[in-house]
Write a protein that binds this ligand. Sequence first.
Ligand code: HEM
Length: 438
Amino acid sequence: MALDFKHASLVEGVRFTAQVGVPNIVQGLFRKREVVVSAVGRLPADHLAYRLVEGLEKKYGPDPFWVRVGSEEALLVTHPDDLRVVLGGSPSPFASDPDAKRKGMAAFQPTALTISRGDLWADRRAFAEAVLDTGAPTHRLAGGFAAHAVAAADGLMTLDRPITFDDVNTAFQRLTRIVVLGADAAEDTSLTDLLGDLMSAGNKMPGKPADGYEELHARLQEYVDDPDPGALTGLVAGAPQSAGTDVPGQLIHWLFAMGDTLPANLMRALAVLPTHSKVLGVARSEVAGKDLTDVETVAGSTYIAGCILEAMRLWPTTSLFGRVQVEDVRWANGQKTPAGTQVLIHNLFNHRNRARVPFADRFAPEEWVSGGAADDWRFNFFSHGPQGCPGAGLSIFLGQAFLGRLISRAEPRLAAGPRLRPERLPYALDIYGVEVRL
Ligand code: HEM
């Protein structure tokens, strides 16, 4: 007989909305607001969110259960088998364009792959995978990319003071423009600024392109029309495309994911390494005296990759995934949920689940080298399944070259930031409050 999923109470729904739903919106869905992120980082907001979901899961799990978010009930999924069903079934029957995400992204990337469905999603996905070399051991242009990442690291090492997130971010925005658009875009900072403004507009969820979108699109089209053979634009002509692909529209996501998201994760890796002297020692010895512009060397620095992946697991940049069912779904217990059902995945809880992850609150890079972390669908900072991040391999490669170069040349020390206890790392690590001396 089909069983209904359990329902969290109304009061629990109010708390879930306040502690999980609202903080995600207050911080800015797309462009994190510095002041608010710092304030939220100081408050135990993520800790409260973790504890709340942990308590709910104990009471109503391990099957999916209903919890109220605002005025609607959503299905919260926590068990690895159910995560596999949802992420393995994205974008259909579980579309990744719930209302808030679609309305926000419409401001700066209305044709983005991540909010596409059906044939359009398949076309745009094929295009992205072809240019990004998704799933290949290394990207075709990896040699040049590594050299640019090393140059970005070297630039930071010339600063005669501790480095901040703004420094890392500025270096990465430049690197990103070179990698995605080509050498001619290196100093095109106004393009990055324009995208930043549009992303800020996205936080208000306007549901339509914000002022300036057409200009951004046109400027990107110019780079596409004059491709650089050493950049991703140089691979566009050889990639499958249809009338609906909208190449500039796809590049926008790549620019912000590489320019904003990746450096945020690298800053956290840089902040946590100095408090783990043994780990730092192993990572440094992996690249000591090595040439980080050599593709094999970069790709072979698996322990450094583990350090980056661990920073991403501990402090995922997307702490909550939303999905919406495009059709009825029958679950393993026989329960059927109708089209339109909202499904939520709380990454922070799954990544830190103390009942299921033995290294939940520790920094454990070795789990990605010789443990089972890489195949674990609970860890979704890059997501999993058909809609998993097609830029994951390229991101980690750039991160390896950048971080590898920094720690091969310098021993990072924390000049400002929270006191991190290695045996119990906090649920939030505010990148704006961290300074690292190289
Ligand atoms: C550390 C950096 C990055 C992180 C943490 C990250 C994370 C993610 C996550 C979690 C998703 C799935 C979102 C969802 O389903 O709700 C995703 C999708 C995506 N990512 Fe990344 N990403 C990163 C870098 C990149 C880069 C550098 C690129 C491109 C060059 C990229 C391109 C994409 C695209 C196109 C999608 C949509 C895939 C689809 O819907 O089929 N990402 N990424």
